[in-house]
Design a protein around this ligand. Structure first.
Ligand SMILES: [Zn+2]
Length: 384
């Protein structure tokens, strides 16, 4: 099966489609759980599949440092290593180099950095990042780009975007075409519409199989992010998938699907699950809160996950209070199930032509039942 994306329906700017890959088809819009180091934290691969997830993300930076891309390749690639025969998207490592690595030295060719694990020196260039993603057997390879710091001045953002566009061309040249595999270019340019437009113009002739929008959810706020999507997304080729990197809260996902985004990844549902925060159809709840201690009701009625069908809010509360490892496991399971249900519901609404009404009813339910202390969303800069 050759790599591609088929559009089945559009509703305003929103689209419902199918992504075709060597490792299976994926319905879009889609949320990808983050499997940072070859595992979606606290979840078995079967558990991740049971949430409805079909496509997961792996991190080049983490995997190159430990266990090493050579080792993963020798053991049969990342699909086999982590028991995920379905499609895997790997990021390029650029974001983690900026956010995690010690002592970095940037030059035109790439970046040299020290591992946050043991201080050893490593180098990433567009060619090295692309080769590592090939070794991992990524279904979708991401172009290597510079993660523009935020805040930054317009000239700084321009300089960074232009470097990323030169690196995008080198990433594309280094990509080894294989049937059913694809590579995405990444649109940069901060919150500046004219820089975003120039970035799109630079990427289009390179012939990527899809386009990511990078450099958002880094502290600019939801209004600026939506405004940037509103000006950038219409410039992208209509027949190819669009991926908003590192986003976001359920409300971010709804607003971005409405603006024409097809793919998302974020650590929020998994990280929140490990810290007792539950995303539900009734808003965000903190399961450590004492008000759950005698509550025999399910966390989210109607949710098919084991945390909701077989346990009570009181039990989940108890697990977190007692420091039991099952608490993070069940709540991660729930949050990923909720995110998948959210995406499935939006896809069905797009196919029915009723996404705007559906989005309004989802948001109304969050507002109506969120608790006074608990309707606090995680900061939108949280990423892998
Ligand atoms: Zn649940």
């Amino acid at each position: 099966m050759s790599f591609g994306w088929t559009r089945h329906a559009a509703d305003g700017a929103a689209r419902a489609g199918t992504l075709h890959t060597a490792h299976g088809d994926i319905a879009t819009p889609v949320f990808m759980p983050v499997g940072t180091a070859g595992t979606v934290k606290a979840m078995t691969a079967d558990a991740v599949r049971s949430t409805g997830a079909g496509l997961v993300l792996g991190n080049t930076y983490h995997l190159m440092l430990r266990p090493g891309a050579d080792r993963v390749a020798a053991l049969g690639g990342l699909h086999r290593f982590m028991d995920w025969p379905g499609p895997i998207l790997t990021d390029s490592g650029g974001f983690q180099v900026m956010s995690l690595a010690g002592l970095r030295k940037m030059d035109e060719d790439g970046v040299t950095f020290r591992s946050h694990l043991d201080g050893t020196s490593h180098r990433l260039t567009p060619e090295i990042s692309t080769a590592i993603q090939d070794q991992l057997d990524a279904t979708i390879t991401m172009a290597f780009d510079e993660c523009t710091p935020f805040p930054a001045t317009e000239p700084e953002v321009r300089k960074s975007m232009e470097l990323s566009m030169r690196w995008a061309a080198r990433s594309r040249a280094a990509f080894r075409p294989r049937t059913g595999y694809g590579q995405f270019g990444i649109v940069q340019g901060g919150v500046h519409p004219e820089l975003r437009a120039r970035s799109v113009d630079a990427l289009k002739p390179l012939g990527f199989e899809g386009y990511a929008i990078g450099g958002l959810a880094v502290g600019e706020g939801q209004a600026a992010m939506f405004a940037t999507l509103g000006s950038t997304v219409p410039l992208l080729p209509p027949g190819q998938p669009r991926y908003l990197m590192g986003v976001g809260t359920p409300d971010d996902l709804v607003g971005s699907v409405l603006r024409g985004v097809d793919m998302f990844d974020c650590v929020m549902p998994t990280r929140a699950g490990r810290t007792a925060r539950a995303y539900t159809s009734g808003g965000v709840l903190n399961m450590r809160n004492a008000r759950h201690s005698d509550d025999g009701a399910p966390l989210d009625p109607g949710c098919p996950c084991p945390g909701c069908t077989r346990h009570s809010r009181a039990y989940l509360h108890h697990l977190f209070r007692a420091g039991e490892i099952l608490g993070p496991m069940l709540l991660t399971w729930h949050n990923l199930t909720y995110y998948q249900s959210l995406m499935r519901g939006m896809r069905a609404a797009i196919l029915d032509g009723g996404l705007a009404e559906h989005a309004a009813s989802i948001r109304a339910a969050w507002r109506a039942s969120a608790g006074p202390v608990e309707d606090v969303l995680l900061p939108d800069q949280e990423r892998a």
